[in-house]
Design a protein around this ligand. Structure first.
Ligand code: NAP
Length: 285
């Protein structure tokens, strides 16, 4: 079964749009998402455009603040402080990566925890690992949605996550663990990765290498979630970390790239923004 992220994202956004309309009726305004873009990186510009399109689609007020690449760290921190203090701003997202002279950790930490729609703030990360209420990072949240949508049982299953970044691999592993999977986190120094991966019932791949996962690394009937976004060196087209054509017949469930985890990540961002707003209004805790 190939699970379309585009379709699932559409369903998720329709649900968010319905809840936004209700919230607007009840509270007299829509949630407000502010996205800050520093510099002119074309990939970042395109990601920000996509987020803004989605925000409009679900009925948010949405503002994109663009600053030149030479903007100082202090100016960005001052801008975030202003947005934190603005009661009518519900979600703040700073598009990463930032220019080298700006410390990303300091910027992420400056965003108010309750407006951190990306779920990257250390307070949110700590809450996730302590099983406290928090804003879940969008990509891992989307991964679990895929598995649920496909009817993949997580409890008691062997999950292997390849990649241990703070934004994808580690939180994805934690969410799988919280659903009672037995989780192995693999990385660049894992020995005999093919064997480790092929034993997985659920294989999540987030490494950033085109078509790295080949058919021998996928167990018969595994659910395969491909997070990678790469350019195929041969065709120049977008591709994932998984060799989709080689693996699709072995997997019971697989996500394509493009049209897989990417759109679902953005849909979860919309959901997080709505949840920040509803939390502020005391509707959810
Ligand atoms: P990252 O921070 O660069 O982390 C990559 C991870 O992959 C590291 O843990 C690294 O291991 C591991 N790795 C690298 N080469 C490996 C190898 N040969 N064998 C096993 N493990 C290896 O990347 P990331 O931010 O997690 O992103 C991963 C991919 O997902 C990228 O393609 C990125 O563009 C994509 N992504 C997509 C979305 C989306 O919405 N679709 C969101 C975020 C990221 P070590 O820790 O040992 O170095």
């Amino acid at each position: 079964m190939i699970i379309s992220g585009t379709e699932l994202a559409k369903e998720t956004k329709q649900d968010v749009a319905r809840r936004v309309a209700e919230a607007k009726e009840k509270y007299g305004r829509a949630p407000h998402l502010v996205v800050i873009l520093v510099g002119e990186d074309p990939a970042s510009q395109s990601y920000v455009k996509g987020k803004s399109r989605d925000a409009e689609e679900v009925g948010f007020k949405n503002t994109t603040i663009v600053r030149p690449a030479e903007t100082s760290e202090k100016e960005i921190l001052d801008l975030i402080a202003e947005l934190n203090a603005d009661n009518e701003v519900d979600g703040i997202l700073v598009q990463l990566p930032l220019p080298r002279h700006i410390n990303e950790d300091r910027v992420i930490e400056a965003i108010a925890k309750e407006k951190d729609v990306d779920g990257f703030h250390p307070g949110n990360v700590a809450s996730l690992w302590q099983k406290l209420s928090c804003i879940l990072p969008c990509t891992p949240k989307g991964i679990i949605r895929f598995l649920d949508k496909a009817g993949v049982e997580i409890e008691g299953k062997k999950a292997v996550v390849i990649g241990r970044s703070n934004i994808v691999g580690l939180p994805a592993a934690k969410l799988l663990l919280d659903r009672n999977a037995t989780v192995t986190i693999a990385h660049s120094r894992t020995k005999d990765l093919a064997k480790v991966a092929s034993e997985a019932d659920i294989l999540v791949v987030a490494i950033g290498r085109p078509k790295f996962v080949t058919a021998d690394m996928v167990g018969e009937g595994a659910a395969v979630i491909d997070v990678g976004v790469n350019r195929d060196p041969e065709t120049g087209k977008l591709c994932g970390d998984v060799d989709f054509e080689a693996c699709k017949d072995k997997a019971s469930v697989i996500t394509p790239v493009p049209g897989g985890v990417g759109p679902m990540t953005r849909a979860c961002l919309m959901e997080n923004t709505l949840e920040c707003f509803l939390r502020k209004m005391g509707e959810i805790c």
